[in-house]
Design a protein around this ligand. Structure first.
Ligand code: PLP
Length: 402
């Protein structure tokens, strides 16, 4: 079946006058074609301006075309892009040391880092870590219903959304699910074949659902008692998005391993698995790898992100801007309540109001948010968003929601 693309004249010029889509249609027809961005603002091919209150999907936390990140990438591009993993490079080494320092400051202890290119890849590395840790016969990972851990086959199996598995059955063996937030449900699926439990501190794709602080602490206690790894997926929540450097800090838990991507590169494709040293040591040379693990280019973005987030005190900014957004959203009669932390927020709409109507209307007015489900709007603007931009977004939402 042919897939039509975009009707604007400029978009068709780029597409040599055709309106068939040059992409394999896994994403559905694109709504807009963008040309450039700065901070919270984006401009499409017709010159129309938008406020990006989604940041990619929680990716460009320091804003589009961030100066510090752009300059780090461009300097690195003319210094050294890549050497093979037979060798180290100075930039990736500095980035791994900085990430380990942040994790140590967050109370997780001393650890080591494996760099990769995406959240799914980080979770694939976590799957292999937990299988090697458990050994033969103890290879099962437990994750939560409603979770999202990525689209590669292992990460998809880890994703607790059976509907997403259907077209690709059979799924790899060794994955089980529990109800998110329900300790009894987790306890029921734990047996001697389980090597690890993986949870998101806030289920992002699952509807912006924060885990209860006490629940995460109880899961950690249970895992410790049974000798099971407690792994946190910080792909969406990490790097200051929730008002702390990492989402697990809100509950004061000490995960054995953590995965990252999205905000850590501010748009540069990069991800990572961190594991505490005693756990990381179960992986030996040859157990895992990637041609692009820790390229100098990708990790130059990580270094710049960490430096810039530290310089601007991004956790505090995310908390303050998040509160301003919550205060505004809570005034709307069509918003039942707001969930989430910092600048990862879900505005639950009242019954009868649906995201399929609200999201396109907001886009038309120049505001980008997404419908994370039929009745929840997800808002995740850059942490650098100004108060004026928040107020502008709120006034656009007020118009659409009234
Ligand atoms: N884990 C979580 C919590 C995510 O939200 C996502 C993406 O949305 C992923 C993993 C997958 O990351 P990627 O799309 O970079 O593979």
């Amino acid at each position: 079946m042919s897939h039509s693309f975009m009707s604007t004249e400029t978009a068709q010029n780029i597409n040599h006058g055709h309106n068939y889509c040059p992409f394999i249609p896994v994403f559905g027809p694109p709504a807009v074609m963008f040309e450039r961005g700065k901070g919270t603002e984006l401009w499409d091919v017709t010159g129309k301006r938008y406020l990006d209150f989604l940041s990619g999907i929680a990716v460009v936390s320091l804003g589009h075309s961030n100066d510090a990140v752009a300059s780090a990438i461009s300097q690195q591009a003319s210094t050294l892009l890549h050497v093979s993993n037979f060798f180290a490079n100075t930039t990736a080494t500095k980035a791994a040391v900085k990430l380990s320092e942040l994790m140590s400051q967050a109370g997780a202890g001393d650890g080591q880092v494996f760099f990769c290119n995406s959240g799914a890849e980080a979770n694939e590395a976590a799957i292999k870590l937990s299988r090697k840790f458990g050994g033969r016969g103890r290879h099962v990972m437990v994750s939560a219903y409603g979770s999202f851990h990525g689209r590669t086959l292992g990460a998809l199996a880890l994703t607790g959304q059976p509907a997403k598995h259907e077209a690709f059955q059979p799924m790899p063996d060794g994955f089980r699910y529990c109800e998110y937030g329900d300790l009894d449900s987790l306890e029921k699926v734990l047996d001697s074949s389980v090597s690890a439990v993986m949870l998101e501190p806030i289920q992002g794709e699952g509807g912006v659902i924060p885990a209860d602080v006490e629940y995460l602490r109880a899961v950690q206690k249970l895992c410790n008692e049974r000798g099971i790894l407690f792994i946190i997926d910080e792909v969406q929540t990490g790097f200051c998005r929730t008002g702390e450097w990492f989402g697990f800090q809100h509950s004061g838990v000490q995960p054995d391993a953590v995965t990252f991507a999205k905000g850590m590169g501010n748009g540069m494709p990069v991800g990572a698995l961190w594991a505490r040293k005693d756990i990381a040591s179960v992986l030996a040379p040859g157990d895992h790898g990637s041609t692009y693990s820790g390229t100098a280019l990708a990790t130059s973005a990580v270094l710049a992100v960490i430096d810039e987030m530290t310089r601007i005190d991004a956790p505090r900014l995310a908390r303050e801007k998040g509160q301003r957004l919550i205060d505004g959203l809570s005034q709307f009669s069509k918003v039942d309540h707001v969930r989430g932390r910092g600048l990862l927020l879900g505005a639950q709409l009242v019954s009868g109001v649906e995201t399929k109507d609200v999201v396109p209307a907001l886009l038309e007015m120049g505001l980008i948010v997404n419908g994370v489900n039929a009745t929840t709007l997800r808002l995740a603007p850059p942490i650098t968003t100004s108060n004026e931009e928040i107020d502008e977004a709120l006034s656009l939402m007020e118009k659409v929601l009234s």
